[in-house]
Design a protein around this ligand. Structure first.
Ligand SMILES: *Cc1c(COP(=O)(O)O)cnc(C)c1O
Length: 400
């Protein structure tokens, strides 16, 4: 496959092949075009890039290390497993990478309020953090179910000065929070900005959030080459909306010898109705202003979805992932709640690293795959976040 299949995407209308675009009302299209123009402007400015680079280094703590998980690899007796430690970033996950970018953009555009949804609370915390740093009011919409499950993150958002809006409609999870946040945004889109938490939504968000996250793969590719003298055989990341995965994959898209694997949540199983494996079982549709794979019913309404990891239970997925699936450049596979829990405990006890339940999906895939490979082969896992937020939930569930 030639590199031209991946460069210059999305196109000017925001499409990745047949996915992406701007499926929004006309008045919102004008606002999205403004954001797009402002982003095109600032991304080419040295002062913006220098400020972002300084904050990524001195505030986030980048570059995050690549760690060889020796005990885990030896225990499995197959491929050597490496972890890209996004869990070590300030606020504990990869999301701070794009939240800083979005907060700086909001400041540049003179917006008066930043609005967002959050699932596990990680996007809310990262955004509240970035807004505190930049000095812009921040309003976070969160499903009531998630509020109860992710209490420490709720407290952090309040301490950071964000306004928290609980959402009780529907299944009171991520999708409902997106709808609620979007309604607030529509009240004054000229002065507000919706800071989307993943590579989803209308153009320019999928491409812009990818650009902010692609620092992960740029670093990891260079770090891996430096230490091993070659590229990893497999690169794996969990996929909710798809931001940590695309952030990792972008630097490797043209390396055809590297197998890229996105791991979706199979929940209770792909043969049940309790999963969120959008790319595995969904079909092309539209959700939240974009065309992408969607889990939906016969009438085109999004289905209720489930994952043990709040940050992964979303019935849509980034348009670029939808495109990469059709091209066959990325393999999308899935891992159940039980495999995720097992991986969560294994990584904690074998390496002393408590992963986020989201990230534990990628770890679980590596644990499943490694024994079939040889120690000459390598798997690079994007460890998207730390699991402090999930510790009480898991301890309860396992009776620890
Ligand atoms: C939010 C979150 C995810 C899922 O979001 P993506 O956009 O798919 O990356 C994964 N891992 C962690 C730690 C998260 O907080």
């Amino acid at each position: 496959m030639s590199s031209s299949a991946f460069s210059n995407l999305p196109d000017a209308q925001g499409f990745f092949g047949r996915f992406g675009g701007q499926f929004v009302p006309p008045e919102l299209k004008a606002v999205m075009d403004d954001i797009s123009a402002a982003y095109e402007d600032i991304r080419q400015r040295d002062d913006f890039q220098q400020e972002l680079a300084m904050l990524l280094a001195d505030y986030v703590g980048r570059p995050s290390p690549v760690f060889y998980a020796r005990r885990l690899s030896e225990k499995l007796g197959g491929a050597r497993i490496y972890l890209k430690r996004e869990d070590l970033n300030h606020t504990g996950a990869h999301k701070i990478n794009h939240c800083l970018g979005e907060a700086l953009l909001a400041k540049f555009m003179g917006k008066t309020k930043v609005i967002a949804e959050t699932g596990a609370g990680q996007h809310g915390v990262a955004l509240a953090t970035a807004c505190a740093l930049v000095g812009i009011p921040c309003e976070i919409h969160m499903g009531q179910v998630d509020i109860e499950k992710e209490h420490p993150n709720v407290t952090r958002m309040k301490i950071l000065g964000a306004t928290l809006v609980p959402v009780t409609r529907g299944t009171a999870t991520l999708k409902d929070a997106v709808d609620s946040a979007f309604e607030e945004y529509l009240k004054d889109p000229q002065n507000f900005i919706y800071a989307i938490g993943s590579v989803v939504g209308p153009h320019p968000f999928p491409g812009m959030v990818r650009d902010f996250q692609s620092v992960i793969g740029r670093e990891a590719r260079a770090q891996f080459l430096e230490r091993e003298g070659r590229l990893p055989d497999r690169v794996v990341a969990c996929v909710g909306g798809g931001s940590n995965a695309i952030g990792m994959f972008t630097a490797f898209l043209d390396d055809n010898e590297v197998q890229l694997v996105g791991v979706e949540p199979a929940g209770d199983g792909l043969d049940t109705d309790r999963h969120a494996a959008t790319l595995t079982l969904g079909k092309p549709g539209e959700i939240h202003g974009m065309a992408c794979y969607v889990l939906e019913d016969a009438e085109g309404n999004p289905l209720p979805v489930h994952s043990i990891a709040s940050g992964l239970d979303y019935p849509g997925v980034g348009p670029q992932h939808s495109y990469l699936k059709d091209l066959g450049r990325v393999d999308y596979q899935s891992v159940s709640d039980q495999e995720c829990l097992d991986a969560f405990m294994t990584l904690s006890r074998v390496e002393g690293i408590i992963p986020a339940l989201e990230s534990a999906h990628a770890v679980a895939w590596a644990i499943r795959e490694a024994p079939a490979l040889s120690p000459e082969q390598t798997i690079l896992v994007n460890l998207s976040g730390r699991g402090d937020k999930d510790a009480d939930y898991v301890a309860d569930k396992l009776g620890l």
